[in-house]
Design a protein. Sequence first.
Lengths: 299, 334, 362
Amino acid sequence: MGAAVDTVEPTAAVRRPWIRRFVAKMPWTTRFCASWLIVIVTATVFADLIPGLADPNYQGFLFGDGATNEGPGLSHFLGTDNNSRDILARIVYGARVSLTVALAAVFMGVVFGGFFGSLVGFVRGKTDSTVMAVVDVILAFPGLVLLLTVVTLLGRRDLVVIAAVIGFLSIPPYTRVARANALSISRREFVTAARAIGTKKRTILFREVIPNVLPTLLAYAMVNAAVIILLEGALAFLGLSVEPPTSSWGTMVNAARVDLQINVWPAVWPSLALVFTVYSLNNVGDWLRRLRSVRSAAL
Amino acid sequence: MAGTGKAHLRTGEDVLMTVEDLVVEFPVGRGRTVKAVSGISFDIRSGETLGLVGESGCGKSTTGRAIIQLPRPTSGTVTFKGVDLAELSDEEIRRRRTHIQMIFQDPISSLNPRRTVGDIVAEPLRVWGPHDEAEQKGIVDRMLDAVGVDPDVARDKRPHEFSGGQCQRISIARSLVVGPDLLICDEPVSALDVSVQAQILNLLEDLKAEYGLTVVFIAHDLAVVKNISDRVAVMYLGKLCEVASPDVLYAEAAHPYTDLLLGSVPEPDPSVEIDESLIEGGELPSPINPPSGCRFRTRCDRATDLCTSEEPQMRGVADDHFVACHHPLVAVAG
Amino acid sequence: MAGTLLEVENLHTTFTIPAGEVKAVRGVSFSLERGRTLGIVGESGSGKTVLARSVMRLNLGTNVTTTGTAIFEGTDLLTRSPAEMRSLWGSEMAMVFQDPMTSLNPLVRVQRQVTEHLCRHIDLSRSEARQAAVDLLKEVRIPDPETRLRAFPHELSGGMRQRVCIAVALACEPSLLFADEPTTALDVTVQHQILNLLSREQTDRDMAMVLVTHDLGVVAGRTDDTMVMYAGTVVEHAPTRSLFADMRHPYSEALMRSIPRTSLPSHTRLAAITGRPPDLIAPPTGCAFSPRCPYVQDRCIEETPPLVATEDPAHRLACWTPVGSPEGQAAFQKNLASGLPQAVAVDISNPRPPTRGVEVDS
């Protein structure tokens, strides 16, 4: 029939593989930021494969061996610190701590916070008021005190403990974001339509509500990860993060502080890594959120 | 217009659904309630299209949703095929969902933006079967084709790639895929352009004939309601004013409110005389604290003390023409 | 009539978006005399709103280009500086928008919304301004104006808010009022009141008015002239009475026949227009309506018909095969014989045209 004339013509971009479509839409700053994040993550994951790179006490990285407080150069790309340890190696190793803590926080936030928030935003009523009361109590509780208590009780201060506490503390904000979104999505007519079809409530939650909450939550997670990395740095600065000699970007800056007059590099490099990573997470997070809002504007 | 009363209800085997004394109220805090629907009764015969018409805030959409028990009415009965839905448990209601389906006003908001069209239309089948995927696909394709959407083009796309009219077709397909007896259309064409509106109205007429549907058509546009309905019920502020067949209702409106509505419809004909006197702002009273007696009395120029003190009951003015008014515009028969 | 107030010549408005250039208005010309009303009718995407905003220079954003001329009281609006436009808005030309909720500032009381405009253009003391605001609210028939002055927009109903918007627009006695779908968001009884109010104000003040709407019913009894727009172009422009008496463009005719009307019996089959409006990034060659037109001929696809006067010089039309003309009749019969879907769909001799498939717009 003549009707087929008006077929919605897919734009050329639609035919390309999704990853290239994705990248094609990125502004160059976002491409740069995304690349940086990929480099950081890869370096952290594969650090063990490069001899010595992941050993925080490694001195003879690549060429030469350890003079203390060496400036950036060919033997040690980023120089050495006051214990003649290679700064690049410590940054890569430190990224593990920073990124693990951030990942733990985001993971627990998205999974638990996302689930509880979506659930109570969808069912509302008593469940909602109970869960949100608990959330408010946790939000009001000083995180530092909780961390100190746990560390004292367990008598250790390793990565697992720090990640678990920070992860637990990041559940409430995610719950709030998810709930606010689930509330508005549950009022949309496609949720009513699903109920009118006779879909079970649990199915509606997982198939209609959560998929629509998730994109907002992930965009929030990107920004939140940056905050967590900074928080870990602050804790390290207070001496409340992982114990030395394990490095994290925060502990590195903290240690370098003492010798700042002699050698600035041990403080500069981890700070730069921190700034770049936080900025990149923010930038990519913003871009993801814009992408989402453009799509929902088209809805 | 406060009309309560059931003089207009019909009996007989072909009555598919009877709604009696339906009340829907929503709490709005500080002990106050919005009286969205206040005791309305109507019925619908198999194969009939009932038009439910009124201005915003009259409770017509709330009535539609109360029929499918989303949310459940505050009181009153909805007797569908001899069973009172308001009495059933949530699970029993869920099992009857395939019998009554609903189409919503905003065609885009009523489709999940993150799922494909094929997935959306197949959803009811996933709940109710058949569970065989090939069989499901066959049914979905047939249904999309029936509503005028090319299944091969549409299946893997998402709703935002379609126009409003096409989205409305897709949502009609989803509602018909389970073979309902009763279809509730809540302002299905209000968000559409006139040329698309005509396509959807024609489509609904065709599908109704083809699938033997009974339709409750909720709208604010009197011309649209007249075009599609077999019987029209006019609502005002949670009450029923007048019930009649469209040709009778539009020719000799008995209720002053119906008359006001009809006089306000802009006719695409410059030779039709426009009543230029209506210029003051008649305000809709608050549904939290509606007027006593007849609810329309505050805007009615025929109102008397009787209208303040006593609520008018539905009564017949002619064959199959009922009005809830103390001072109707036509003589009351009998 | 006291001469031409607004003369628009060959106006084009283009929006640049990532996907390309959306040609929203494509060469529109019209003129409006003092104290007359012009109705602009079209569906969404026809460019009617963009046209009104282009003339008023209210198109926001850096991605808009408008070319052509719009001579208002002797000077071209399109070449005026933003400062000059600001002094014109409100005092010489004003606009009433579709959504009365979003066009009022929700945090400002009615009184200030109304007097703000007055004060910008005329020097008034506080009490004088207040009195002027009361008078204006009285004029737009708002009951109890003294109390309403203290109200915030959300405390008023939709109809009342639109009355306030009209009061704001009328505050400085403009000579030209654009009403862009002023009643689309309102109930039918309120729409009737607001349209009556606008007509009355227009007559009393001898103000020119452009009424933009998608509803042929709204323009029918209330405008002197009507312009039908499709895909950014004017397809028919005529005195309202002569247009409704004798619709010559196939699109005007089709639009008219697709409207359900209370004067027709229940279950009257509507003659729906097949297909859907064209993509304005790459509009079709020739007549934009040709892909959906029951009268379409080869010439319509090859050559764009100009907007020219018919036998009646006031009735202008852009069509090669107008409705009712011998060419039109011949074209329709030819299309019907060859089974062109859009012709079959509107064939009156066939009481139940096969809608299935024909109306497919996907």
